[in-house]
Design a protein around this ligand. Sequence first.
Ligand SMILES: [Zn+2]
Length: 494
Amino acid sequence: MTHALVGNMQACIDDARRAILDGEEGPPDPIDFGNLRARLAASERQLPPVYRQRVASPFGQALDQLGSAGFTDMLLRDAAREREAGLVLDVAHAILQNGEAYQGVATDAFQEVVADLYDGFLSAEDRRGVPPPDHDVLSPLVKWGKPQFGPYTWPSDATERLGVEAAIVSLPPAHGRGGLLAWAALAHEAAGHDVVHANDGLESELSDKVRAALSKYPALADYWADRMDETAADVLGILNMGPSAGIGLIGYFRGLRAVFDGVARLSNEASPYDPHPADILRGFLAAEVVRLCPFAGRDAWADAILQETLQDWVNGQLRIAGKPIDQATARSSAEVVAQAIAQSHLTELGGHSLASIQTWRDRDEQIVDALCQALGVPVGLSAELTGGVYAAHVVAAAVRSALRPDADIALIFTRMLRLLKQMHDSNPAWGPLFVMRRGDIARHRIWPGTGTGDVPVFARAPQPARPRAQGHAAPRSRGNVRDAARDLERAAPG
Ligand SMILES: [Zn+2]
């Protein structure tokens, strides 16, 4: 039976599949050194001051040190552009595409989502009492390209090798026009990987917690613990973007599987060489993380995600270390992993748990409900709303709206981009002031943190919802995913 929350899943998968099949490559790699330097000089003037100083300027110095001959030599040595040349060209693309307004509206929308997802966890606003990250860098810069790699990120510990103080997040160019569910996957990259990599010891501490928690499941303990970068990225994505990140992951993977495997089904294969858990386990994990979030609809959403995952379960196919894993064991292990990652108190975070810094609450649900209305009417956001609602809420609302029976996915996508573009245009980190993150100066919200305010309303939308505040101020949400088989988060160069 089709669940009411996900009644339009097939159309959303088809939308993702079309974007994946599109295959547009984006702007060609800038391989002429002199021309690249000239274009970078023009483009960096379009960046906010903080990105000029901490990204464009050190990158220009790194290129100067390399010189024209060294640049050409690098391109020859990394012909596949998967290591140092891939990194250098991607940083260049990020600066050029921002400066030259490639896919202008979509790029600004993409930038806003990624900044919000990253800042949600790392900004001063959300980390009271939590030690600062080891790599205290700017929000990632975005770029389009390399459709064969899907969404991916170069975390800051890779870009630091060029002196660049921001991660880079990439999407296939066709996702600037459609393939909505891939946007939910951005939580996995920017709220997931880029956050995990901002703290040097976080991944290994989480691995230890998971291994210990799974002592009753020896076959699975190493399997999950050895895939902590990817697993923690999934968990963080959902803590930031809520159930949309989980259900979006499932639909997007099905779209990828339809294109690359010929069947729109989550893979049950657990490859020992894949740094990701099997798709099917990621579905179970998503359901259990949603069930841990403190909002009224958590069981309904967790059950919907679980039912979708169970539809793709193939008896006898999941084998780990040569042993068959039954469904009950697979599900129980995912429950243990969800709790260990989200709720363990972590030395790296000064004794806080990930879920205590960020989680999905009823307040987020109220904002998403209001945004679902805004996505259906041709009005902008009120000033109050842009001041209090975050980009991840907009993506969460778009995914949720698109999954409703008979939704117009293309229209929702266009409206999502416009709302995100509007938010980006008012983001102080992209204004003339020297501001690292929106959260660093966002001391005032439309509702107070003590839970007595109203949810922000739309200036001109009909019949806006005004539920009473409950609990604490909403955490800023952010979230993501991507295909296990094609998730080529790049290794650091060298
Ligand atoms: Zn990943």
